[in-house]
Design a protein around this ligand. Structure first.
Ligand SMILES: Cc1cc2nc3c(=O)[nH]c(=O)nc-3n(C[C@H](O)[C@H](O)[C@H](O)COP(=O)(O)OP(=O)(O)OC[C@H]3O[C@@H](n4cnc5c(N)ncnc54)[C@H](O)[C@@H]3O)c2cc1C
Length: 385
């Protein structure tokens, strides 16, 4: 591959992953063109919560990666890049039945085994921290080292600090190969020549890479309340119900399932979610789902009954068949790197994964082993080469 000072990289997708890759590529001296069918943060990045959470991850590669990714946020915050945008706060994993308590305890053991700090907290101690907590909460763990960042704010910061050219309304329809070599990308009738291409197009990556059977859209509906506090988060941590862990650990797969989180934002508002609706890529919200989310949230944290609901919204997560992101070199198209499939974890993983993709594009080794995420694991990718 050409040296970073002469290489031209086309980055397809201006979500948090594409923006991070573009930022770090430009910092290394590469010429970068960012292309988006719509505009920055138009996909999941602009319609999500922002838990930078290890607590929520499945044991195995996801938990390990999230620990690296959260440390990367902290590093970028210290360096000034994410100053004022990344906030540390605890995650409370809460159980409301005996079976849920077992699940929370198992998850806590998995987190501790991965090296994460896990603190047992009694109902009484939790009530001191979160007054008004629901009567059904019977067990909880605190994960003190988690954080929060808004995806669209991180994306905007990454773009503003990198002076990368962005082309909006530029839908890429094809990665163009000529005589077995990468020529560039097709945007309508135009060929944009490029030495390397990053596909970070969220659910749009499915059509571009022929991964329609491997990447699944998973809609999530969420609710935003008014401010409960004028001075920062209204409660002292992020409430994550065992129902959320059950979904993340693959114990429940049901489009009607609510994986409940009650997230206190820096604005003093609450962000409450959410549904997990497979094969749904529309952005509609519906009263039945919103009502189910609110009913569950009121059981967990009854003081929400005093809040006004300002709006509901839906975003579309990109899930892979095996639940792991797809990050790595395209198996058969030299010069093409893939970074997609971040499901409900891309705000947490996005900056680190974008930086890792940038390194791959420059022919360098990523900071951590990404072999579990390799596109090679899907035969279908090879079939579409
Ligand atoms: C309801 C909800 C809650 C979430 N909560 C969290 C959370 O708390 N913590 C967390 O870590 N993650 C969370 N996520 C997940 C997170 O939002 C995503 O994983 C992340 O935003 C994915 O970023 P991305 O850059 O890969 O894709 P996207 O943000 O989807 O960006 C893809 C971009 O590519 C563009 N594009 C698509 N196709 C093409 C094409 N052919 N040509 C050009 N451009 C194209 C799109 O317009 C879009 O701008 C949540 C997601 C949802 C929906």
């Amino acid at each position: 591959m050409a040296s970073s000072s002469s290489i031209h990289v086309a980055v397809v997708g201006t979500g948090i992953v594409g923006a991070a890759a573009a930022h770090f590529l430009a910092a290394a001296g590469a010429r970068v063109t960012l292309l988006d069918a719509s505009g920055p943060a138009a996909g999941a990045t602009g319609a999500s919560d922002g838990a930078v959470s290890v607590a929520s991850k499945r044991p195995g590669p996801m938990m390990d990666l999230a620990r690296h990714a959260r440390a990367f946020y902290a590093r970028c915050e210290r360096d000034g890049l994410f100053r004022g945008l990344f906030h540390r706060r605890s995650t409370f994993l809460v159980a409301r039945t005996a079976i849920e308590a077992e699940l929370v305890a198992q998850h806590g053991a998995d987190l501790a085994a991965a090296g994460e700090r896990v603190v047992e907290i009694s109902r009484t101690a939790l009530l001191d921290r979160i007054p008004g907590l629901g009567a059904s909460v019977c067990a909880a763990l605190e994960i003190p080292d988690d954080g929060h960042a808004l995806g669209y704010e991180i994306t905007e910061r990454l773009l503003r600090t990198s002076r990368v050219g962005i082309r909006r309304n530029a839908p890429v329809s094809e990665i163009v190969m000529r005589a077995g070599r990468l020529a560039g990308v097709a945007i309508r009738d135009e060929l944009l020549a490029a030495d390397a291409v990053l596909v970070a197009a969220g659910i749009g990556s499915a059509a571009l890479l022929g991964l329609g059977e491997i990447l699944i859209p998973r809609k999530g509906q969420m609710v935003v309340t008014d401010r409960s506090s004028a001075a920062g988060p209204a409660i002292d941590g992020h409430l994550m119900a065992a129902s959320y862990l059950a979904a993340k650990r693959g114990i429940v797969r049901d489009n009607a399932h609510i994986g409940l989180v009650v997230d206190p934002l820096m604005t003093g508002q609450f962000l409450i979610g959410g549904s997990r609706e497979d094969h749904r890529s529309d952005h509609a919200t519906d009263a039945a789902t919103v009502a189910a989310i609110l009913r569950d949230a009121l059981d967990l944290y009854p003081p929400l009954s005093g809040r006004r609901v300002l709006r509901s919204f839906a975003g579309v997560r990109t899930a892979s068949r095996d639940g792991l992101p797809i990050v790595g070199l395209h198996p058969h198209r030299e010069g093409v790197v893939i970074a997609t499939g971040f499901e409900g974890d891309g705000i947490c993983l996005g900056p680190f994964m974008g930086a890792s993709a940038a390194r791959l594009l420059l022919g360098e080794k990523p900071e951590t082993d990404l072999s579990a995420l390799s596109p090679q694991r899907f035969a279908r990718v090879e079939a579409h080469a």
